[in-house]
Design a protein around this ligand. Structure first.
Ligand code: SAH
Length: 690
């Protein structure tokens, strides 16, 4: 059996279906899974263990046999904890087959095969009875089915079903309850991830302001959760408007309802300001008395407590549909709407005593303006970055002439509008080549700025461009950001180069290309925490989980050459161990060459530390002296702490030898590398030796 996987081709910018080995999905899922991160989460593990011990004791004190149901057992960890705590029998359910197989082996290796039955089924398929998967209903329900939004992985319907069919009434549950907390804040930085601010352009004939179409003003955006490492958000980037408040609770030892509903709480603003964002996180009480608590609260809520770093649970950012002014001391009410899998928020002025139960409105937010489908949240942030816009403005001013005929190749770009205001005055002087999403949205955008006659959108792929599209003109200025929505890794935006090559016959012989070139940069780093997600655990709470480590390693090695993975490094602190180094350059003034571009060399390690991996990013050279980095912004102190572009993901290549051993005896003084850009596939292969 073969599997087909959708993948963007960086040489065509198009999504293609690639035939893969039948194990491909499994390996991808395991290699990129959060299992290792969960097993490294000491705080989570110890609290589960304490909660499970306490629950088993309570059942035993009642003189009952302790029968455990562990839904989503993964490695079998929580069932092994229960068995060690004295449970009489555990049913460990795991729907993902490779994990269920691993759980069987791990349980066996740790000597629990007579106490734990691993069942490779989704919980809703499990049967109970003398001939069933489970002999009888369980009286202890243990699960870890939560994501950053708590309910996004289907915890509610799973609990609802389990209480109906798989556990006894009055069962113990670990965790016992979850509480979702909210805090109202004002934050232009985060608000800029969902709304487009007016763009100011100082042109020769005065200041022009590019505005968003009115549909965007009131658009609620998309329902997908915005989960981030809120602990990396400096306090200067937001203003707290309310205390952190419990929004709602879910009691797991009682029947759970998953049907859509809403919750409402009054909030008293502690400061006047613009309510824009609801920050949210949750905690778990592992026991009924709230003595064993595992919290995702960010740093400013519990300033003195030791933090557990984790990536499998972070914090959520919710965007209110509109910003609302609030006054210190004047009550407002916040409504959380939820369906089975997601949450969204609304703020109302408090209406007083007579307030009734809120109507249950089930529709989740739907983007009506199309912008939120075209631009994801980091892209909004990028377009709102005035510094970045200034760099493009300065560069465009250098290259544009009154009679320039321009062509823009970039997804959902505002460059045509900038360029129109800054020079190119012939009509139409600007062509925007577009073949993906967003045609009608961009047209509405140009119209809102009265530019619909000035900028012509050509709906054609670059290789299909014809002279008639350009009204028989040749292009004198070719621009791009470059940005393409299908790009995953930094070098995928080199698609601009391929598109530039495809339209070569339409360019004048003296064409100006902006950016004129790009370069790939690389630096060796030590991560503060991110290394954990790819690092083996060996034992976890005394249980041998090496089988899991081996399985992850095997999946990582599934592809012959290991691949770099994208991570937004502003969320993952690291320090540089080497100087940043330019490793490859790509000259957009020329067409893509036939041959591969490759380089070899070595980087000297300048600082002490563990070399966890290499970070790679692109820099675009817009014009002489004007460059934009999509990676490193600066190394902020002598310790080597790095500041990264907050709108882009960087490529991280984890070194396998560090993955194997965190305690390398001696530090290597240099790392050698070989990097190859295959112009046929648009992919970069790399190899490092410590
Ligand atoms: N319990 C483990 C792993 C938690 S990850 C630990 O705490 O370390 C959650 C696991 O639950 C995943 O492996 C997922 O495949 C599985 N899962 C989620 N919903 C499930 C369901 N309804 N029935 C069975 N397995 C489920």
């Amino acid at each position: 059996m073969k599997t087909f996987c959708g993948r963007a081709n960086p040489t065509t910018g198009a999504m293609e279906w690639v035939e893969e080995d039948e194990n491909y999905d499994y390996h991808q899922e395991i290699a990129r899974s959060r299992y290792a991160d969960m097993l490294h989460d000491k705080d989570r593990n110890t609290k589960y263990y304490q909660g499970i011990r306490a629950a088993v004791s309570r059942v035993k004190e009642r003189g009952e046999r302790a029968i455990v149901l562990d839904i989503g057992t993964g490695t079998g960890l929580l069932s092994m904890m229960a068995a060690s705590a004295g449970a009489d029998f555990c049913y460990a359910l795991e729907v993902f087959k490779p994990m269920a197989n691993a759980a069987v082996k791990i349980v066996e290796k740790n000597g629990f095969h007579d106490k734990i039955k691993v069942i490779n089924k989704h919980s809703t398929e499990v049967t109970v009875g003398p001939d069933g998967d489970m002999q009888c209903r369980a009286n202890i329900l243990v699960t870890e089915l939560f994501d950053t939004e708590l309910i996004g992985e289907g915890a509610l319907p799973t609990y609802e079903h389990a209480h109906k069919y798989l556990v006894q009434a009055g069962c113990e549950a670990v965790p016992h309850r979850a509480t979702v907390y909210v805090q109202l804040v004002e934050s232009n930085r985060m608000w800029a991830w969902n709304k487009l601010f007016p763009v100011r352009v100082k042109a020769e004939d005065g200041e022009k302001i590019i505005v968003a179409p009115s549909e965007m003003e009131n658009c609620p955006g998309v329902p997908s959760v915005c989960d981030i490492q809120l602990n990396q958000m400096p306090s200067r980037d937001f203003t707290v408007l309310s205390d952190a408040t419990a929004m709602f609770r879910v009691e797991f030892s009682k029947p759970v309802r998953s049907a859509s509903t809403c919750y409402r709480v009054p909030l008293e603003p502690v400061r006047s300001g613009k309510a824009q964002i609801v920050l949210s996180w949750w905690d778990l009480d592992m026991d009924p008395f709230g003595r064993i608590n595992c919290t995702m609260a960010p740093y400013w809520i519990k300033p003195n407590s030791a933090f557990q770093w984790r990536d499998h649970w972070m914090q959520c950012v919710y965007f209110l549909p509109n910003e609302e002014p609030v006054l210190q001391g004047q009550l407002v009410s916040l409504t959380a709407w939820r369906d089975e899998y997601s949450l969204w928020y609304e703020l109302q002025k408090a209406r007083g005593e007579e307030e009734k139960e809120a109507d249950v409105r089930v529709e989740s937010p739907v983007c009506r303006c199309q912008a939120h489908l075209l631009w994801n949240r980091p892209r909004f942030g990028e377009l709102n970055d005035q510094n970045r816009t200034q760099q493009y403005i300065r560069s465009l001013m250098k290259v544009l002439k009154a009679d320039s005929v321009c062509l823009c190749i970039s997804d959902g770009s505002l460059l045509p509008m900038l360029a129109h205001y800054l020079g190119a005055k012939q009509v139409p002087s600007f062509f925007l080549l577009l073949w993906s999403l967003g045609f009608s949205f961009l047209f509405a955008f140009f119209k809102a700025n009265h530019l619909e006659d000035k900028i012509k959108i050509i709906e054609a792929r670059p290789e299909m461009l014809e002279s008639s599209h350009l009204e028989d003109q040749k292009i004198s200025v070719l621009v791009g950001e470059p940005f393409f929505t299908t790009s995953l890794l930094p070098w995928h935006n080199l698609y601009f180069w391929y598109a530039r090559t495809a339209v070569a016959s339409h360019l004048t012989s003296s064409v100006t290309v902006l950016p004129q070139s790009a370069s790939l940069h690389m630096m060796i780093v030590e991560f503060q925490d991110l290394w954990r997600i790819r690092s083996p655990c060996g034992t976890c709470e005394g249980f041998d989980v090496q089988i899991m480590d081996d399985m992850i390693k095997n999946s990582l090695n599934f592809r012959e050459s290991k691949e770099a993975e994208p991570h937004p490094l502003w969320e993952y602190p690291c320090k540089s161990l080497s100087d940043p180094q330019e490793v490859l350059t790509f000259d957009f003034r020329k067409t893509v060459p036939q041959h591969c571009l490759s380089t070899e060399g070595s980087v000297t390690l300048l600082r002490k530390g563990t070399s966890h991996g290499a970070v790679l990013w692109m820099e675009y050279h817009l014009a002489a002296d004007i460059s934009i980095s999509t990676g490193l912004m600066q190394i902020s102190n002598e310790k080597g702490n790095c500041e990264w572009n907050p709108h882009c993901k960087q490529a991280v290549y984890f070194f396998s030898s560090v993955i194997e051993s965190e305690t390398l005896p001696a530090l290597p003084s240099a790392v050698t590398y070989a990097i190859n850009f295959d112009t046929k596939t648009g992919e970069i292969a790399m190899d490092f030796k410590l």
